[in-house]
Write a protein that binds this ligand. Structure first.
Ligand code: FES
Length: 92
């Protein structure tokens, strides 16, 4: 589908330029060889650049499940702690 009719630029052309490293609407226009025209395509180009940027940022962030769990405090398993606990429970 055409994004820019004045310059004959398609969505595939825009996506290819984004994948090649274009990061702004201006860079996409330059990469696609777009000359100034009616300007109708600018809003659509901006949306495509923003959408691509969001997708790239989302892909780079790790899901929470991938993060290591915080270390849990270890329960006191020393024999003296168990005896003390038993004594307190017995006395009560
Ligand atoms: S549609 Fe892109 S400049 Fe006219």
């Amino acid at each position: 589908m055409y994004v820019c009719i004045c310059n004959g630029v398609t969505e595939d052309d825009v996506l290819a330029s984004l994948r090649a490293g274009a990061g702004t609407t201006r860079e996409v226009k330059a990469a696609c060889g777009m000359k100034p025209g009616c300007g109708t395509c600018t809003r659509r180009l901006c949306a495509m650049v923003a959408e691509h940027r969001r997708a790239r940022e989302t892909d780079m962030s790790l899901p929470l499940e991938a993060l290591p769990a915080a270390p849990r405090p270890r329960p006191d398993v020393s024999p003296s702690a168990d005896v003390g606990k038993m004594r307190r429970e017995t006395a009560a």
